[in-house]
Every structure is written in structure tokens, then in C-alpha cells.
Design a protein around this ligand. Structure first.
Ligand code: GLC
Length: 776
């Protein structure tokens, strides 16, 4: 037993134990016969050095820095961890032949995490597998799906803790599923490597966890707009005819024109596999997309960004010289010593071996024409990897291997490696523009390179509901930029339910909810799911909500910046702020950022909703009716999604645009009675390392006085945009002073008034006195 560095403790024996204290809240355990570095996600060894003390009494070893303390019982070979005298975690590890098991005691109710799962939000009682898979359209409770993350967030009374299994290999998490209080984590290899993260609140745990695996960079601003996509019926080999989809340039331009004509904002149009020649990546169909450069130019001029799908499928073409060249260079996945041939949309295909750096470089180069001719984003699909899309025929992947190791070992990070290769393409061909990559599969850390969506969901009500817990869970696991296909993707399936349909009502409810997804994309197989195809009434509803999304862009963008600072998701479960309130542990409501509570209607035919409001003051966004918390029932006609605003909220908004960046726009801070603060983030929205500025806003009330402080913009980005303040929930104020000068509102509204602060923002103090709030 010895201390290696200040913060590292080592116990040697048949099984070695290496414990590293990482700053104030994190401890890394490595229990091993042999260290296996290539199977780890992160190798963060030290965030801030702490000095550890150790002592031994009887058969117990005590180690710690005073704050975090570990007791190791030599007889039982078990650890007990406490932080600030709160007992967090008791566990032990069993290494068996090429496998290990971590047993953790957990008596409390709440266990969240593991990434994208179609199961209940609180995972307690389940046994879940972490291996990236293509379920080819999933149903509620199918497991596993495309994207897995070995991170658990556990919430107790007055404390939370996180557990991160630092491996890329398949694992199984048995979360008290035998109705006992034990979590058993099982995985392969000779090294059990995991982090335990302590926190007073779940927010602390998320901050530390995202430090370990990395946070998402800021996306290009246009990616926060509305995205439209449509798929053909996938040409499951050997069926190759295209049914549905956008099919050709003319159809795509028509869709773009409709958006502008109908004044429905839209920023992004996707090209699914039908743009390619025989579904071969990096090609264009010679007839249907003959003038693709012209099409891209025209779309760009209309303010659209185009995102093209790229699958990791290279057609098996032994007669082609190019193909032969890469075959000889060993660029493809193998089966034993032969090239591995699977089936993709183009028929017989081979698969790039992204575990090799040369392959990633080659792959990046292949994007030259796409990115230089006007494509703005790349959509990585089928990257679990899915090796077989034949309708019939057995799936046998035995002996399949990468350069770095077997398929089983490296499967989980294939998508991350593909995203890295795609990221490199942007570096090469888009210089300092921010990449936009959308990935279906992924593993811990994918957020550093790509946004993700929840794959092939079904156009039905249960998937509308499921989308909430799936996005919330991904957010807790460090992925802020997530969406689900609005309206649902699958219409025809090979398993039950065989058919599904996006009805006008379902679309209306889905778009109302979907505008609050961090990634707001409507995508559908075969059928059109543009906002206007469900009749005038639903078109009006879709338009109302997509426009609301565009008004909220400054707020949502600032939340993305906040993620870069503390790892917080954009879409947040209520329990992040009220962890001790049992009723906040739910997935039928959520918060967008700190201030907006969204309670979507999730049942067919329903025109009202029972909403739970955590105990504090909330305002109904539509009527400004005040609530003190508790269970309430509200009306929710088809054109209304219940939204509640937390008292003291500050929500920066902007005027509706046809697309982001159409012109420079002013910002209006919507301010609600109460106490709160918010930081507005601004930059050019497009370049990496753009100049930026931060504006801190503080809102507080004392008696009949309402004060708002807007600190001067800090930073080098100084756009000439005006700032307005919209005080909501106020009937009148006797005096309105801005930096001690009396001003008059420029506009009176039913529920408040707007004042104009001009475009030269210095430190500003606004004082309203003798105010009368609405309804008093
Ligand atoms: C996969 C994707 C889906 C896409 C389809 C055709 O099923 O998940 O979004 O439309 O392939 O490319």
C-alpha cells in the first residue's frame, strides 16, 4: 500500500487497486490484473491535485483528503465512500476470467442515465445492455438501441452521485432488477476502470461528468432553426425502387419555395439517400440531381442550408481501380483475414475501418466536393455499424474485426470515430466554419463532434411521449444537441405494429413539443411531413410554433453556451432543480433552460392537461395567470401546448425570421415578476473561435419596486442591435427610470409594456416603482 503522487493511492496484490482523487468531487478506480489503455473513453488523471492521507487499522484501510474519504475493507474486499461525511457509495469489484463485475449498493429510488433507451426514464428495476445496435425501427422497451453511454446519475436525499464506467466495450447494467438494492455492472476485460462523482445536487454531478468526457462545442447558429427532411422507402436489398422521398432537385426546390411562400421559417433541408447514384456515398444521381451545384446555390441564396446523408457503406466493386487501391491498403473492415462483405443500400458493400487514422484522413478527403459545392452539414447514418440491410438472409458477424481489434470490442466507438473523420473534413474544406454533423449512433463523448437524433421512431402517440425521456436522458449523459423525428419516422414495419400514420392531430401535438427539442427536425419515411400537408388548421398551428422557436433563438443559443461552461443540457428534467421533490421525477413535463416549463399534450383527443408545478410561483405563458405550484388542470385546445414561466424569468427573444441570419435583429428581454438572473451570449454564430460577448441580466423585486440590472456587454463582439425590455405581468408602474432618467414605454400590451434601451448598451439600471402587478 503506498501513495504514488499526492493524489494517487496504490494497493498491490494479485489484483491491483489504483485509486486517483481528482479534485474535489471525483475519484477514479482502476482494479486490474493488467492495465488495458486502448479500451478507455477518457484518461483524465488529474483535474486539480489533492493531497491524500492513508492509514490502516485492523483490516481496514482509510484514505482520503478529509473531504472525500474511502474505507477499504480488506477482508470483504469492499469500498465505502463518503463525501463531507455523507455516505455515498458502498461497492466491491470482482474480476473473473476476462470479465468483471462491480456491485454497488443503492437503496434509494432514482437511477437515471445510460444514454438513449426506449425504456422508463427512472431505470431502477431494469437490466439494460450497452452495445450499439440498429433495431431497424424500435418499439417502446426495445433494448439496446443505436447509442449507449455507461453513465448513471443516482439521486438520494440531499446528495447525488454519478458512476461512469470508463470502457468502450459492451457492458450490462443490472439496476436492482431483482427487486433488491444492488446494482451490478458487468463488462469484459482485465481492468475495471470507473469514476465515482459526488455532488450536492445532480447539477454538480453533470458538471463534473461532462468535464471528464468533454462537452459539445457551440453549433452553428443556423442549426438551431427548423430542419425539414424526408426519406424514401429504404431500398432493402434486393428491392431497389424508390418509393416516396424528395427524389429530385425539382421537388427539393419546390419544398424550399413553399416554406418561403407560406412564411414558415426553415433553415435546413436534408438530402436522404435518394440524392446518390445507386446509394453510393459521395456521388450524386446523374439524372435526378444532374444540376446539383445549381440547386445548392439556389437553396443557399434562399437562405437554406443543405445537409446530406453519408452512410459508411462503400459499394463492393472489385473491378474498379480505386476500390482495388483501398482494398490493398487495408482500409476496410475484415472477416478473419479476408475483406468483410456485408449489405448496405448499394447492395454488396464494404466498410471503412475508422479505427485507422489513415482511413479517417481518407474519409475526410472524400467530402471535398460535397462541402465545397455548397453542402453545409453531414448526416452520419447506419453507423452502429449496421452491416446488413437485406430483407432476407442471416446476419453472421463472427470473425469480423477492425485493425485495432475485434468488432465486439470496438463497435461502440465506430460512430465516434466516423464523426471524428467527418469533423476533419470540415476542418479541411470549411476552414474556420463550425461543423454540423448529425449522427445516429454514438458513445460517451460523441457530443464533442455531433448532434444526434433518436433514430427510427414510429408515428404514434407512445413515441411522442417516449421522445421526452429519451432526449432528457441523453441530456443528462452530456449530449445537449438532440432531437427526435417530429411526426415520427416509420410508417411501414416488418414487425408489429405493421403500419403507422402521422395524423393531423398527432403532427400538431408533435410540432408543438418538437420546437422545444434542442434539435428541431421533422423527418419521415415515404410520406411528406412538411407543416402544410395536414390541412390549413394544422399548418397554422405548425407555423405558430415554428415561429415561436425562432423568437426563442437568443435564449436557446445562450443555453448552448451555458452547456459549454457547465455541461447542463438544454432540455432539463424538473428534478435537476427540485431533486427532493418526488413529483418532479417525471417525463411528461420538462424545462427548456431554467425558466420555461413545457407540459405537452400526449394523448389522442385530449384538450386539457393536468400539470404538476413545483412549489414556487409560475406564470401561464399564454394568459399570464399566476400559480403557486401544485397540481393544476389547464385547457389545451389543439393549438395550445401548456407552457409555464418560472417567476423572475429573463428570456431573450428576437423577431421571427424566415431563416437565421436573414438580417441583423434586435433583442427583446422578456422579464417576469420575481427574482432571477441570466447571461445572454452573442457571437457571429458561424465561425469557430468567433469573437463573443456576454451580457448579465439580474432581475429582482422588493415590495412594490421592480428592478432590472443589465450589465455592459463583456467581450469583443459588439453587434449594433437594439435592446428592448418587455415587462410581463404588470398592469402599471408609477415611475419607470432607466439609469435614473424617466422613460415611457414604447408599447403597451395587455399583460405589460415594452421599453427601448437603444443600441449602445452600457451598464443599465431600470427601476420601476409603485408597481401594480396583473391580477392584484
Ligand atoms: C435509416 C435512418 C433514417 C433514414 C433511412 C434512409 O433508417 O435512421 O433516418 O431516413 O435510414 O436513409
Amino acid at each position: 500500500m503506498r501513495i504514488l503522487n499526492d493524489n494517487k493511492l496504490m494497493l498491490e496484490g494479485d489484483e491491483n487497486i489504483l485509486i486517483t482523487f481528482l479534485g474535489e468531487n471525483v475519484v477514479n478506480f482502476k482494479i486490474y490484473r493488467r492495465l488495458e489503455p486502448k479500451y478507455r473513453v477518457t484518461d483524465i488523471e488529474s483535474i486539480r491535485k489533492v493531497k491524500v492521507h492513508i492509514s490502516k487499522r485492523d483490516d481496514r484501510i482509510f484514505a482520503g483528503d478529509g473531504r472525500i474519504n474511502i474505507t477499504y475493507n480488506l477482508k470483504k474486499q469492499a469500498f465505502k465512500l463518503s463525501c463531507n461525511n455523507i455516505d455515498f457509495c458502498a461497492h466491491n469489484v470482482i474480476l473473473s476470467n476476462k470479465k468483471y463485475f462491480i456491485h454497488i449498493m443503492w437503496k434509494k429510488e432514482y437511477i437515471y442515465g445510460l444514454g438513449e433507451k426506449a425504456v422508463k426514464f427512472n431505470r431502477r428495476g431494469l437490466c439494460l445492455r450497452l452495445l450499439n445496435m440498429d433495431p431497424s425501427v424500435y418499439r417502446v422497451n426495445d433494448d439496446p438501441l443505436y447509442l449507449n453511454i455507461p453513465f448513471l446519475l443516482m439521486i438520494g436525499e440531499n446528495f447525488s452521485y454519478g458512476f461512469f464506467l470508463n470502457t468502450i466495450r459492451e457492458s450490462i447494467f443490472d439496476l436492482c432488477h431483482n427487486n433488491n438494492d444492488k446494482i451490478v455492472v458487468e463488462s469484459h476485460g482485465l481492468e475495471a476502470n470507473y469514476y465515482i462523482i459526488f455532488g450536492r445536487s445532480p447539477i454538480d454531478v453533470i458538471r463534473e461528468y461532462t468535464k471528464l468526457v468533454g462537452r459539445a462545442p457551440l453549433p452553428p447558429l443556423w442549426a438551431l432553426g427548423y430542419h425539414q427532411s424526408r426519406a424514401p422507402f429504404p431500398p432493402i436489398f434486393p428491392i431497389k425502387i424508390l418509393i416516396g422521398g424528395y427524389k429530385n432537385e425539382k421537388n427539393i426546390l419546390k419544398v424550399a419555395e413553399e416554406f418561403r411562400k407560406r412564411k414558415i421559417p426553415c433553415d435546413v433541408i436534408y438530402l436522404d439517400i435518394d440524392y446518390m447514384d445507386n446509394f453510393k456515398p459521395f456521388t450524386w444521381h446523374p439524372k435526378r440531381f444532374k444540376n446539383y451545384r445549381y440547386m445548392l446555390k439556389k437553396l443557399n441564396r434562399m437562405g437554406f442550408k443543405v445537409v446530406t446523408i453519408i452512410d459508411p457503406y462503400i459499394k463492393y466493386e472489385p473491378q474498379s481501380l480505386m476500390f482495388k487501391k483501398y482494398l490493398e491498403k487495408n482500409f476496410f473492415v475484415k472477416r478473419d483475414d479476408e475483406i468483410f462483405i456485408g449489405y448496405g443500400w448499394p447492395g454488396k458493400t464494404v466498410f471503412p475501418d475508422f479505427t485507422r487514422e489513415e482511413v479517417r484522413e481518407w474519409w475526410a478527403q472524400l467530402h471535398k466536393d460535397l462541402l465545397e459545392s455548397g453542402v453545409s452539414g453531414i448526416w452520419n447514418d447506419m453507423n452502429e455499424p449496421t452491416f446488413n440491410v437485406r430483407l432476407f438472409g442471416k446476419k453472421d458477424f463472427s470473425g469480423v474485426r477492425f485493425y485495432a481489434g475485434s468488432l465486439d470490442e470496438f463497435r461502440n466507438i465506430y460512430a465516434n470515430l466516423m464523426a471524428i473523420a467527418t469533423w476533419n473534413a470540415f476542418k479541411l474544406f470549411k476552414k474556420n466554419k463550425r461543423p454540423y454533423i448529425l449522427s445516429r449512433s454514438g458513445y460517451a463523448g460523441i457530443q464533442k463532434y455531433a448532434a444526434v437524433w433518436t433514430g427510427d421512431n414510429i408515428s404514434n402517440w407512445s413515441h411522442l411521449r417516449l421522445s421526452i425521456s429519451m432526449i432528457l436522458s441523453l441530456g443528462l449523459c452530456g449530449l445537449p444537441f438532440v432531437g427526435a423525428d417530429i411526426g415520427g419516422w416509420a410508417k411501414i414495419m416488418t414487425k408489429k405494429p405493421y403500419f403507422a400514420k402521422c395524423t393531423p392531430e398527432l403532427f400538431a401535438r408533435w410540432i408543438q413539443l418538437g420546437i422545444f427539442y434542442p434539435l428541431c427536425r421533422s423527418h419521415s419515411m415515404i410520406f411528406s411531413q412538411e407543416p402544410w400537408v395536414f390541412g390549413q388548421n394544422v399548418e397554422n398551428i405548425a407555423k405558430k410554433y415554428i415561429r415561436l422557436r425562432y423568437r426563442l433563438i437568443p435564449y436557446i443559443y445562450s443555453l448552448f453556451w451555458e452547456h459549454t461552461q457547465n455541461g447542463m443540457p438544454i432540455m432539463r428534467p424538473l428534478f435537476l432543480y427540485y431533486p427532493e421533490d418526488d413529483r418532479s421525477h417525471r417525463d411528461d413535463e420538462f424545462l427548456l433552460g431554467p425558466f420555461m416549463l413545457i407540459a405537452p399534450v400526449l394523448e389522442r383527443g385530449s384538450r386539457s392537461r393536468v400539470v404538476y408545478l413545483p412549489s414556487q410561483v409560475w406564470y401561464d405563458y399564454w394568459s399570464m395567470k399566476k400559480y403557486e405550484g401544485g397540481v393544476i388542470s389547464v385547457k389545451a385546445p389543439l393549438d395550445t401546448i401548456p407552457i409555464f414561466i418560472r417567476s423572475g424569468a429573463i428570456i431573450p427573444t428576437q423577431p421571427v425570421l424566415n431563416y437565421i441570419g436573414e438580417r441583423m435583429v434586435d433583442v427583446t428581454l422578456e422579464i417576469y415578476p420575481g427574482n432571477g438572473s441570466f447571461t445572454l451570449y452573442e457571437d457571429d454564430g458561424i465561425t469557430i473561435n468567433s469573437k463573443y460577448s456576454l451580457t448579465k441580466i439580474i432581475n429582482y423585486m422588493r415590495g412594490d419596486k421592480w428592478n432590472v440590472i443589465i450589465e455592459r456587454r463583456r467581450g469583443e463582439y459588439n453587434p449594433r442591435r437594439k435592446l428592448y425590455v418587455y415587462f410581463r405581468g404588470i398592469e402599471e408602474a408609477e415611475k419607470i427610470l432607466v439609469n435614473d432618467k424617466s422613460v415611457r414605454p414604447i408599447e403597451l400590451r395587455r399583460d405589460g409594456f415594452i421599453i427601448d434601451l437603444g443600441d449602445n448598451i452600457k451598464d443599465i439600471k431600470i427601476n420601476l416603482s409603485s408597481i401594480k402587478l396583473l391580477g392584484k
